[in-house]
Design a binder for this molecule. Structure first.
Ligand code: NAD
Ligand code: TYD
Length: 351
């Protein structure tokens, strides 16, 4: 295997930290450079297992800063970029859209510009943009998102990701930059920031706090174990075709209320309390504005072309996730006792 120097952006976040760990361990001959601004969502605790690996380097910096990115490209001769750095939470995009425009759109264009400027004739180079299925909009009771589904983003988050996807494709078509894009469904697993549905519910069950279900709770998401997403990214980086898009999904649809019921039952078991105890904490709250009703991915293309399928089933994945949060109380407490506490109180008192 030839040596490569790969820039992973957002590697201290939830998915990024799983990807960095996988790449550092699987490819000792590569050099993995993790660039992360360590926003509220970035956490170097997620990377303890690889922080001293000889093929791993962490750089703190902002993808929106042109001078900094230029210097980074001068310091390292990158063969490829896997770009995950983003503002990632829909509710925050509703209260503060501008940071999503800056990081997700301007930051992506800044990276594209420097890849274009520093990569000569593009031979052997690849810009991999990690995106979301939310760019496709909202489904009714039936149907699935395909790679050919027209974009129809509805939240500031998904609109900013859609915009960045378009710009990545524009650099491919206009300048010939080698690119791949993947659009993935909702991830879950260890190290997810507790503002997202599953860790938020696990944390609240543990704290005996209300479990806030938006609207009627019948909104549907397709959940994928984060480790399965990381293996898909690794595969697409190495074997995906230049210019192509791949949808990644778990084939694992749940209505939010059913998922939370399941999680309550798992948590009752793990906490040794009577079944039904956690469910009593469920509280229906004011809906999210513009809430997308249903997401579901058709992942046939990545299965048929690259041979990828999710490995972790829902029952196993939810139990592993709940156990991880219970066993990593310090990780969770460091977040929930800090700045996040004020965010949570504001966000949920308004509902
Ligand atoms: P996350 O919020 O956990 O992590 C994002 C990381 O990006 C953090 O470490 C943060 O510090 C870093 N970052 C933010 N702004 C930055 C900037 N200006 N410069 C450098 N670093 C910056 O997000 P995640 O859930 O791990 O998602 C990672 C990527 O995958 C995102 O692009 C997201 O859109 C995409 N995605 C996420 C999901 C999901 O379910 N979480 C699903 C599909 C796609
Ligand atoms: P989330 O984890 O924020 O991911 P996304 O909005 O990107 O799909 O939310 C998943 C689903 O759970 C979504 O339909 C909104 C809902 N939800 C709640 O009902 N209550 C909550 O407290 C949160 C955070 C989300």
């Amino acid at each position: 295997m030839a040596s490569k120097t790969i820039l992973i952006t957002g590697g201290a976040g939830f998915i990024g930290s799983h990807l960095v760990t996988l790449m550092v361990n699987k490819y000792p001959e590569y050099k993995i450079v993790n660039l992360d601004h360590l926003t509220y969502a970035g956490n170097l605790e997620n990377l303890k297992s690889v922080e001293n690996a000889p093929n791993y380097t962490f750089v703190k910096g902002d993808i929106t800063d042109p001078k900094f990115i230029d210097e980074l490209f001068q310091t390292y001769s990158f063969d490829g970029i896997i770009h995950l750095a983003a503002e990632s939470h829909v509710d925050r995009s509703i209260t503060n859209p501008m940071s999503f425009i800056e990081t997700n759109i301007v930051g992506t264009v800044n990276l594209l510009n420097h890849a274009k400027a520093h990569w000569g004739d593009f031979e052997g180079k690849l810009f991999y943009h990690v995106s979301t299925d939310e760019v496709y909009g909202s489904l009714g009771e039936t149907g699935f998102f395909l790679e050919t589904t027209a974009y129809d983003p509805r939240s500031p988050y998904s609109a900013s990701k859609a915009s960045s996807d378009h710009l990545v494709r524009a650099y491919h078509h206009t300048y010939g930059l080698p690119i791949v894009i993947s659009n993935c469904s909702n991830n879950y697993g260890p190290y997810q920031f507790p503002e997202k549905l599953i860790p938020l519910m696990i944390n609240n069950i543990q704290q005996n706090k209300p479990l806030p279900i938006y609207g009627d709770g019948k909104y549907t998401r397709d959940w994928l174990w984060v480790g399965d997403h990381a293996t898909a990214i690794d595969l697409i980086y190495h074997e995906g075709k230049n210019g192509e898009t791949y949808n990644i999904g778990g084939n694992n649809e749940w209505k939010n209320i059913d998922l939370v019921h399941q999680l309550c039952d798992v948590m009752d078991g793990l906490l040794g309390q009577e079944q039904g105890t956690a469910r009593k904490l469920i509280t229906f709250v004011k809906d999210r504005p513009g809430h997308d009703r249903r997401y579901a991915i058709d992942a046939t293309k990545i299965k048929e072309e690259l041979g990828w399928e999710p490995q972790v089933q829902a029952a196993e994945g939810l139990k592993m996730t709940a156990e991880w949060y219970l066993n990593n109380a310090e990780w969770l407490n460091n977040i929930t006792s800090g700045a996040y506490k004020a965010y949570y109180e504001k966000q949920y008192s308004d509902r």
